[in-house]
Design a protein around this ligand. Structure first.
Ligand code: NDP
Ligand code: 8X3
Length: 255
């Protein structure tokens, strides 16, 4: 298996932080060539510098909301990175945590545009080469929030429920082409997610206090496990929670 994985090309969206960054680090250990995507070029440059001694790295700076920009970025790839074997649709965030009646329209737009439409634009730019080659592996990062709605989660939960439906739709439509499609759905992972959601609020990271949240590495290892199974095995759907978390709203915290 190791030799099959080595030298494959993986494109990871949201590689500048959290789960995407950890996945890039994990993949680099196995010699997977990496296309690292995100909007913060300085972070892409610094991750590239860190990983370059282990594998080949190319960076792409684009906003997943910009459908023309997405297509141009993928089209611009140099020959050695053009054939994408593994797509990790990870870019995404929550914006705000408000009841539906006072929700912020810009937050709603951001979540639908990034988590749902962005994932679709990136997939649309890459899937045709996979169907043509009749091979490929797509991993969409969903969430526990896509399986279970929680108070004030409304639009974020809807965006992740959409990721689940899109994943299932992809698996059906891409079945004739032998393409693997998987959703990895984490519970609470300690990343910059809460800082973004609560817009830099000083208490944003309280979400991870009083228990041991999942770490980005935990998810990256699961993603690597999924992509390193034999050709006949597709890990289709994974729900992974911190041991302290039983559901979106039930978390055992120390006093
Ligand atoms: P982070 O905030 O740490 O990382 C989010 C990543 O998404 C960044 O690299 C960011 O890059 C990228 N991103 C955000 N918006 C855009 C955009 N418009 N265009 C391109 N890239 C974008 O959060 P996580 O690592 O936690 O989140 C990764 C995924 O995991 C998300 O889909 C999230 O919904 C999901 N998830 C997270 C959980 C958690 O508890 N943390 C639990 C379940 C799922 P940049 O800003 O440089 O563009
Ligand atoms: C991120 C986890 O519970 O904040 O998907 O929605 S949660």
């Amino acid at each position: 298996m190791k030799d099959e994985i080595r030298n494959k090309v993986a494109l990871i969206t949201g590689a500048t932080s959290g789960i995407g960054r950890a996945t890039a680090l994990e993949f680099s250990k196995h010699g997977i060539n990496l296309i690292l995507c995100g909007r913060r070029q300085e972070r892409l440059d610094s991750l590239k510098a860190t990983l370059e001694s282990s594998t080949n790295v190319h960076t792409l700076n684009f906003d997943v909301r910009n459908k023309v920009g997405v297509l141009e970025a993928i089209t611009s790839l140099p020959e050695s990175f053009k054939t994408i074997d593994i797509l990790i649709n990870n870019a995404g965030n929550a914006y705000g945590k408000d009841p539906i009646q006072t929700g912020n329209l810009d937050d709603w737009d951001a979540m639908i545009d990034i988590n749902v439409k962005g994932l679709l634009y990136v997939s649309k730019a890459i899937t045709p080469q996979m169907t043509e080659r009749q091979s490929g592996h797509i991993i969409n990062i969903g969430s526990l929030a896509g399986k279970e709605v929680y108070p004030k989660g409304n639009v974020y939960c809807a965006s992740k429920a959409a990721v689940l439906s899109i994943t299932e739709g992809m698996r059906i439509d891409l079945n004739p082409f032998g393409i693997k499609v998987c959703a990895v759905n984490p519970g609470m992972v300690e990343t910059e997610f809460s800082e973004v959601r609560f817009k830099g609020d000083a208490n944003a990271n309280d979400a991870y206090k009083g228990y041991k949240a999942l770490q980005s590495d935990d998810i990256a290892e699961i993603i690597y496990f999924a992509i390193s199974r034999p050709a006949h095995v597709n890990i289709a759907d994974v729900l992974v929670l911190p041991t302290a978390q039983a559901s979106s709203t039930i978390i055992k915290k120390s006093k």
